[in-house]
Design a protein around this ligand. Structure first.
Ligand SMILES: Cc1cc2nc3c(=O)[nH]c(=O)nc-3n(C[C@H](O)[C@H](O)[C@H](O)COP(=O)(O)OP(=O)(O)OC[C@H]3O[C@@H](n4cnc5c(N)ncnc54)[C@H](O)[C@@H]3O)c2cc1C
Length: 275
């Protein structure tokens, strides 16, 4: 008689120890997790994080995919799960399952100039992508990062930005400046007019609030970027993470397994993609 192999419950998280909490802004922190089992991901894929007794929520790791002993999640405090997560101290046991979805198209991006456009906590997945690109300088020689936040205080990774500036072109904008702020004031899309874009070859990757992704996409299209070279992270309302529950449909797609990264060419004919 054949023995039936034991099937792992796909909803069952594995344990991860919270090793460190790094405050980024008043509402955002980076949580460094050490999974109890080997855990790897491709940049742009997401995980479901369980906060015991509260629930789970999806997040895209912000660390390099080549760092496997720990995983960083940069999380904004916004509702039930994230509020509780922000109160938890290092040493606590959390749950993690995944990775899920389709991440960034690194193979297609190879050899091309890359423009990363981030807003708010949307810099989290882009940090993971940036680290993956910097790991392979022979394939990704020209990288531009344009990042916008509400105020200087709301800029994430302030401690890392100076070292990134030594390797890539990086411009910052804030909606509301302070007397000390010496960089751009205005919405992040303004930064697209300040850099010399190789529209004929470049790939643009956008992640941020829906309204920011909408206007960044419009500006990129105006500048001549073809829809198939503009990539967006669609963070719609996800639940199961494995294409079962239909919470996260975007037109004919499930954001959890067909995305969360989509080329705009896949979405442009659909209605209500920016909600
Ligand atoms: C693929 C993917 C990747 C993601 N990656 C990241 C990431 O890297 N970092 C990150 O920070 N987020 C990320 N998100 C978003 C993150 O998943 C959500 O912020 C998270 O699920 C919120 O969970 P919650 O239980 O804290 O909020 P919920 O309690 O589910 O609340 C969600 C919404 O309800 C509103 N709300 C909550 N409580 C109230 C209230 N009392 N009154 C009125 N409105 C209320 C909140 O403002 C919010 O808009 C990602 C999402 C997806 C789908």
């Amino acid at each position: 008689m054949h023995s039936v192999p034991a099937m792992r419950n796909p909803y069952l998280p594995s344990r991860a120890i919270l090793r460190e909490v790094i405050p980024e802004t008043p509402a955002i922190a980076t949580f460094v997790l050490e999974p109890s089992e080997p855990f790897s991901f491709a940049t742009g894929e997401f995980v479901q994080l369980t906060v015991p007794g509260v629930g789970e929520a999806p997040f895209t790791p912000s660390s390099s995919p080549s760092r496997t002993e720990t995983i960083d999640l940069t999380v904004m405090r916004i509702g039930t799960v994230t509020e509780r997560l922000h109160t938890i101290a290092p040493g606590a046991i959390l749950g993690i399952r995944g990775p899920y979805g389709r991440g960034y198209p690194l193979e297609e991006m190879k050899g091309k100039p890359i423009v990363l456009i981030g807003g708010g906590v949307g810099l989290a997945p882009l940090r993971s992508l940036l680290l993956a690109l910097l790991d392979d300088p022979a394939s990704f020689s020209r990288i531009t990062l344009l990042y916008g936040a509400r105020t200087p205080e709301d800029i994430v990774y302030k401690r890392l930005i100076p070292s990134w500036r030594e390797r890539i072109e990086l411009r910052l904008s804030v909606d509301r400046g302070t007397p000390e702020w010496k960089e751009t004031v205005g919405v992040v899309t303004i930064l697209l007019d300040q850099v010399d874009l190789d529209v004929a070859n470049a790939v643009a990757i956008v992640c941020g609030p829906p309204i920011m992704m909408k206007f960044a996409t419009i500006r990129l299209l105006d500048k001549g970027f073809p829809p198939e070279r503009i990539y967006l992270s669609m963070e719609s309302n996800m639940s199961c993470g494995i294409g079962q529950c239909r919470h996260c449909t975007v037109g004919p797609y499930y954001a959890c397994k067909d995305g969360p990264v989509f080329a705009y060419a896949e979405l442009s004919g659909l209605s209500k993609i920016w909600v």
